[in-house]
Design a protein around this ligand. Structure first.
Ligand SMILES: Nc1nc2c(ncn2[C@@H]2O[C@H](COP(=O)(O)OP(=O)(O)OP(=O)(O)O)[C@@H](O)[C@H]2O)c(=O)[nH]1
Ligand SMILES: [Mg+2]
Length: 458
C-alpha cells in the first residue's frame, strides 16, 4: 500500500451555521496534531487505550479554549482513507471551526484538496474508482432512484460486474499468451470453443451495461421539458398542475407569461426540469416578443416538448405551423389536448399521430394528469424500468471506456482465426479500457479531473 506522507485537514461539513461541524484529519500525523490542540475532559491523556471517542476542548497556543468538542479517532487501516483519521466534532459555526482548522494547520497539517480523502481511500485500495465516483453521486443525488443507483455502485455492485468481465478476459489472455509463447507445444485446447463462448458472454454483458449508461446519466443529470403552445392554451396551468403548486401566474388574458419559468419535478425517478414559456404568437409588444424568443430558445435546449393545445377552440393556423416545426426538432413531443373539461371529445390534429404521445387532460380539474405523467416517464426511460437497486454506469468517461472495451472485444470475436498475437492485442486493449473505469489503468490526469469535482472535505 502506498503511504501518504502528509496529513491533510478540511472542514467536512458545509460552511455556515449548523448544529455541529466536523473538521477531519487524515494521515500519519492526525493523532499527534490532535493531541497538540486537544485536552480531554477526563483529565487522562489523549489518545488513551482503545477508546475511540473523547470529550474535551480544543485550545490555541496561548491556552484559550476555542470550542468544546467530541473527537472521534479511527486508526489505520480501519478508516475511510485507511490512514489514521480524526474527526473533530465542534459547534457548527464558521468561527470555532475555522479556528480549529487554523490550529491543525499550524501544527503541520495541510489543507486537503477537493475529494482528497476519497482519493486516498482509492489510492490505498479500500475502494475502486467506480465506488469513489459513486460517493459523489450519492452526495449529489437528486432523486430517490438516483440515490439507490449510487448506493448500489458505492457498495461495489458495479465494480463486481466489471471485475467479473476482467477476470474472464484475463484468463483468456493468459491462455492465448501461452499459445504465443509455446507454439511448438501445440496447445489447441487453450483457445477452444468454450473460451470463445465465455468471451461472447462477457461481450454481451458489457454491451448490456453500456446500454444503462444513458439511463445513469439521465437519473443523475435529469432532463428538461419545454411547455409550449399558443397564448392561453393553459401552459402555465399545466406547469402548476405537474408541480402541484401555484408557481406560475395563470390568467384568462392571453400573453400572461412573458418570462421563462423553471422548476424541477421527479418523473419515474428522473429529475425533470419543467420550463414554462410565453405563448407563441407574433406580437408588437416588445417584452412579450422577448418572451417568445426565449420560448424558442427553451425548445432548442429541451430533451422533450409538451405542446399544449386548447381543446375547446378550433386549431389556429399558427398551431398547425408549430406542430410542423416541432416535428422537425428531433426531440420527443407530447401533444397535450388541454381543457377537456370543456370539450370531452376534442378534435385531434392529423399530425399529432406522428408525435411521441397524445394526452387528453384538464389542467383545471387535474383529469388526465396521471396518464400524462406516465407517458412522460415512458418517454424518459425508453421503456426500461428503473429497479433502483441496479447500479448504472453514470459518467461520460466510463461510457467512453466501456464502448472502447466492447469495440476491441467485438473485433476479436468477429475473427477468432487470426494469429494468437492479434487476439492477445485485442484482449489487452479491452482489459486496459475496462481498467480505466475501475481505476487500474486510468490516466493520472483523468484521475485528477475526477477527484477535483468532489467537494472539499470528502
Ligand atoms: N376550463 C379550463 N380552463 C383552463 C384549463 N387550463 C387552463 N385554463 C384557463 O385558461 C386560461 C389560461 O391559462 P394559462 O395557464 O394562463 O394559459 P397559458 O398558456 O399559460 O397562457 P399565456 O401565459 O398567456 O401564454 C386561464 O383562465 C385558466 O384558468 C383547463 O384545463 N380547463
Ligand atoms: Mg402562461
Amino acid at each position: 500500500m502506498i503511504q501518504s506522507e502528509d496529513t491533510i485537514v478540511a472542514l467536512s461539513t458545509p460552511p455556515g451555521e449548523g448544529g455541529v461541524g466536523i473538521v477531519r484529519l487524515s494521515g500519519p500525523e492526525s493523532i499527534r496534531i490532535t493531541a497538540a490542540i486537544f485536552e480531554a475532559s477526563s483529565g487522562r491523556g489523549f489518545p488513551c487505550g482503545r477508546q475511540r471517542v473523547f470529550h474535551g476542548r480544543i485550545h490555541d497556543a496561548e491556552g484559550y479554549v476555542l470550542d468544546e468538542v467530541l473527537v472521534h479517532v479511527m486508526r489505520a487501516p480501519r478508516s475511510y482513507t485507511r490512514e489514521d483519521v480524526v474527526e473533530i466534532n465542534g459547534h457548527g459555526g464558521m468561527l470555532p471551526l475555522g479556528a480549529i482548522l487554523e490550529e491543525a494547520l499550524r501544527h503541520g497539517a495541510r489543507l486537503a484538496r477537493p475529494g482528497e480523502f476519497t482519493q486516498r481511500a482509492f489510492l490505498h485500495g479500500r475502494i475502486d474508482l467506480v465506488q469513489a465516483e459513486a460517493v459523489i453521486d450519492q452526495i449529489r443525488a437528486r432523486t430517490h432512484a438516483g440515490l439507490l443507483a449510487a448506493n448500489a455502485a458505492a457498495s461495489g455492485a458495479l465494480s463486481k460486474k466489471l471485475h467479473t468481465f476482467r477476470a474472464t478476459l484475463a484468463d483468456a489472455l493468459a491462455r492465448i499468451e501461452a499459445a504465443v509463447d509455446f507454439p511448438e507445444e501445440d496447445l489447441p485446447e487453450l483457445v477452444d470453443e468454450a473460451l470463445i463462448l465465455r468471451l461472447h458472454e462477457a461481450h454481451a454483458g458489457m454491451c448490456h451495461l453500456l446500454q444503462t449508461a444513458d439511463l445513469g446519466r439521465l437519473v443523475r443529470e435529469g432532463a428538461a421539458a419545454a411547455i409550449v403552445g399558443r397564448p392561453n392554451a393553459g401552459k402555465s396551468s399545466l406547469f402548476n398542475a405537474l408541480l402541484r403548486d401555484a408557481r406560475a401566474i395563470v390568467s384568462a388574458q392571453p400573453g400572461t407569461t412573458r418570462d421563462r419559468i423553471e422548476e424541477c419535478i421527479t418523473i419515474a425517478g428522473v429529475p425533470l426540469r419543467l420550463v414554462d414559456t410565453a405563448g407563441l404568437r407574433t406580437t408588437e409588444d416588445e417584452v412579450e416578443r422577448i418572451g417568445v424568443d426565449m420560448a424558442r430558445g427553451a425548445l432548442q435546449n429541451a430533451n422533450l416538448a409538451l405542446l399544449v393545445l386548447d381543446a375547446s377552440q378550433p386549431l389556429t393556423v399558427e398551431e398547425h405551423e408549430l406542430g410542423r416545426e416541432l416535428a422537425e426538432l428531433g426531440i420527443p413531443v407530447v401533444v397535450v389536448l388541454n381543457k377537456c373539461d370543456l370539450c370531452p371529445e376534442p378534435e385531434v390534429p392529423a399530425w399529432a399521430s406522428e408525435f411521441a404521445g397524445v394526452a387528453r387532460m384538464s389542467a383545471l380539474t387535474g383529469e388526465g394528469l396521471k396518464a400524462l405523467e406516465e407517458t412522460l416517464g415512458r418517454l424518459l426511460l425508453g421503456g426500461v424500468s428503473l429497479s433502483g437497486a441496479e447500479a448504472l454506469l453514470n459518467h461520460a468517461h466510463q461510457k467512453d471506456s466501456l464502448r472502447r472495451a466492447c469495440e476491441s472485444l467485438e473485433r476479436l470475436l468477429n475473427d477468432t482465426h487470426v494469429s494468437p498475437e492479434f487476439l492477445a492485442m485485442d484482449l489487452r486493449e479491452t482489459l486496459a479500457a475496462l481498467g480505466e473505469i475501475t481505476g487500474e489503468t486510468t490516466p493520472e490526469d483523468l484521475l485528477d479531473i475526477i477527484f477535483s469535482k468532489f467537494c472539499i472535505g470528502k
